[in-house]
Design a protein around this ligand. Sequence first.
Ligand code: PLP
Length: 371
Amino acid sequence: MNIPVNTPLLDESDKSALIKCIDSGWISSEGPLIAEFEERFAKYIGREHAIACSSGSAALDIACAAIGLKDDDEVIMPTFTIISPALSVIRMRALPVLVDCNEETWNIDVFQIEAKITSKTKAIIVVHIYGFPVDMNPVVELCKRYNLLLIEDAAEMHGQTYYDNKCGSFGDISIFSFYPNKHITTGEGGMILTNSDFFASRSKKLRNLAFEPNLRRFVHEEMGWNYRMTSLQAALGISQLNKIDQHIKRKREIGKKYQKLLSGLPYFSLPIDELNFSTNIYWVFPLVAENEIIAEKVVEYLNSNGVGTRPFFWPIHEQPVFNKIGLFVNQSFPKAEKASRCGFYLPSGLALNDDEIEYVCKIVWQSISTL
Ligand SMILES: *Cc1c(COP(=O)(O)O)cnc(C)c1O
């Protein structure tokens, strides 16, 4: 068997949505489908405005520009995350101020945030990691008390809830990704959500080269991007959104099946299934080994038996690209360092079937006997 770490689930209704879009002739960002996808996604999460764009990373660039980050602003964010939010902050010449993760969910340790707040702090970026939301109440309280803006990276959390509220409903600006390993996909794609008319109009302008509505066409007063989504992507997005509840249900089934078949696995910790504020959405199924050597050996065994894996994120403070420009040098965040070296995840794509899960688990158990 050969089981990639992710296989997306696309079906006939997705195909016919794409064909319909092609037949309509509206394939750029013009036409009715972008607005329809935006409206439906805004409604699904429960926000006033949705602005579709070309990726989750593009959405973060726009979010950081829309809130007006500038030189010397500080933005508190997790060190354990994909590089995108740090890139967006640094490109605005602002400074990410990093916080370690907790060991249970690998989300930002919310109890270490307040000590990092200074007079320069402008915003907090939370990133919901792998299966659980960040513990939002303490973060929201800090934002209110210190008058900070909140950017919420919900790229892995479509449909996940924190108590009764959906992820993506917390940020002054929240973002999603529709990369093929997310709960719904548009191939590449992203979304910005906000309740603020101002941030919404800023975001719309910035995704479209910052064209000025009141100036002669092609005369610009600020720097934007072409981060527009295409109608082909929106057509797929609408079709996928119709199936989001089934997708989430299947993700949780996959997670539960792994939990059952891997229960009692020595040398590894399995993910938590439930917290008081949330049930694991199992965006991926992560394993963390007792030490780096065990992780390496097991990954090698899995890969050589056709089981795809993906290592955990590499901490922002250890990214060569940032260290080279003098950022985060000599900083240390032990929990993120341990997770990044000992953690990886198993095949978790929506098209994964039960036989494949059973095969993966068989190989995982076999790998233990080789240690
Ligand atoms: C996938 C992901 C992104 C980036 O989204 P792209 O669409 O791939 O640019 C950002 N943040 C998190 C947490 C992600 O998982």
